[in-house]
Design a protein around this ligand. Structure first.
Ligand SMILES: NC(=O)C1=CN([C@@H]2O[C@H](COP(=O)(O)OP(=O)(O)OC[C@H]3O[C@@H](n4cnc5c(N)ncnc54)[C@H](OP(=O)(O)O)[C@@H]3O)[C@@H](O)[C@H]2O)C=CC1
Ligand SMILES: CC1=C(/C=C/C(C)=C/C=C/C(C)=C/C=O)C(C)(C)CCC1
Length: 304
């Protein structure tokens, strides 16, 4: 820390340092090296999880892959092994706290200590609230939100001991603003965003500057998760669904740059900021955009 001769001197120097740090973030962020780190990815059998696994493998990380779908998870592991990377798979139900803690213990004894945690697994009920069985709504909250607590409680202690680690939360643009008929999903992703923010504050308050956090908030990605939602032409022309690989590559850049948050595409910052400025409960969050909605092809969901 600087040893100032006057309070003013420190303030000016710190202001310049902050200014250059911000400038650097926008110009050409330095990317960290994760070669040899142990990275755990949840939902690794899914579309984004698999791509995350491949990207982390290319960066030289060893991998621990979790998914409830054993076959899909193994397929990801096979692809990763082809890159010559050490990988371990675990079949786990993230909606069950005990399953998470037991599997975390196994990882610690069988593989080692995780230094990068990518909380990627997610589900959506995809039904109108009153048509949706309670269990399905509950599952979304358990997998998308509660599991973040248990995963972090399982792996953060060692990161704290070492003051080293990275916790990535794959949330969604629907964690920053909302739309109709995805109450379970929005609630869980708003929860994920709140979790990430509070955890980040806690780490800073405890001076644990070696543990980084990154929040990932993508718009719809072409993975099948929202396949039942047909996006209206108007909206599709403003912004088409994202390519999975593009989404993961942008996320990786943010993670390696130790960026605290990324919206993909950047356009998603606009409804997020607009909501913060204009939100009035029943009123459109963006008063200058009217009647933009998504129709479903299977009748499950209607997002507007
Ligand atoms: N796709 C999109 O449009 C967007 C996705 N996101 C977020 O990105 C993340 C990844 O999404 P995506 O790759 O599209 O989704 P996928 O459905 O392709 O992948 C999710 C993976 O998580 C697994 N999973 C589901 N429930 C559990 C559970 N209880 N325990 C363990 N594993 C489980 C799934 O298994 P199974 O297939 O057997 O259910 C699947 O392999 C999610 O958090 C999602 O909310 C954010 C913005 C947009
Ligand atoms: C693009 C866009 C909009 C719609 C966003 C939607 C509908 C996002 C849905 C995201 C999903 C389903 C994410 C899943 O995780 C607005 C706010 C109408 C106006 C500004 C531009």
């Amino acid at each position: 820390p600087p040893t100032p001769t006057s309070h003013g001197e420190v303030t000016i120097r710190e202001a310049w340092q902050s200014f250059f740090a911000i400038l650097q973030t926008f110009l050409r962020p330095r990317l960290k090296c994760i070669d040899g780190e142990l990275c755990l990815i949840t939902g690794a059998g899914g579309a984004l999880g698999r791509l995350f696994a491949l990207e982390f493998a290319k960066e030289g990380a060893h991998l621990v892959l979790w998914d409830c779908n054993a076959a899909a998870n193994e397929q990801t592991a096979r692809l990763v092994r082809e890159l010559g990377v050490r990988v371990h798979t675990y079949t786990v139900d993230l909606s069950k706290r005990q399953s998470i803690y037991e599997t975390a213990n196994r990882v610690r004894t069988e593989v080692g200590h995780v230094s990068i945690l990518v909380n990627n697994a997610g589900v959506v009920a995809g039904r109108r609230l009153l048509d949706c069985p309670d269990e399905l709504l509950e599952r979304t909250l358990l997998v998308n939100c509660h599991a973040l607590f248990w995963m972090t409680k399982a792996f953060l202690p060692r990161m704290k001991e070492q003051n080293h680690g990275h916790i990535v939360t794959v949330a969604s643009a629907l964690g920053l603003f909302s739309t109709a008929c995805v109450e379970d999903y929005c609630a869980s992703k708003f929860g994920a965003v709140g979790f990430h923010e509070s955890l980040t504050h806690e780490l800073i308050a405890e001076d644990l500057n070696g543990i980084k956090t990154t929040l990932v908030c993508p718009y719809i990605v072409d993975t099948g998760m929202f396949a039942g939602c047909e996006i209206r032409k108007e909206l599709r022309s403003i912004i088409p669904p994202l390519e999975p690989l593009y989404t993961v590559q942008q996320s990786m850049k943010a993670i390696l740059a130790e960026q605290q948050m990324i919206c993909i595409p950047r356009l998603m910052y606009i409804p997020f900021l607009a909501r913060a400025c204009f939100y009035q409960g029943d009123k459109c969050m963006l008063p200058f955009i009217k009647n933009i909605e998504m129709k479903t092809s299977n009748g499950h969901t209607k997002l507007c």
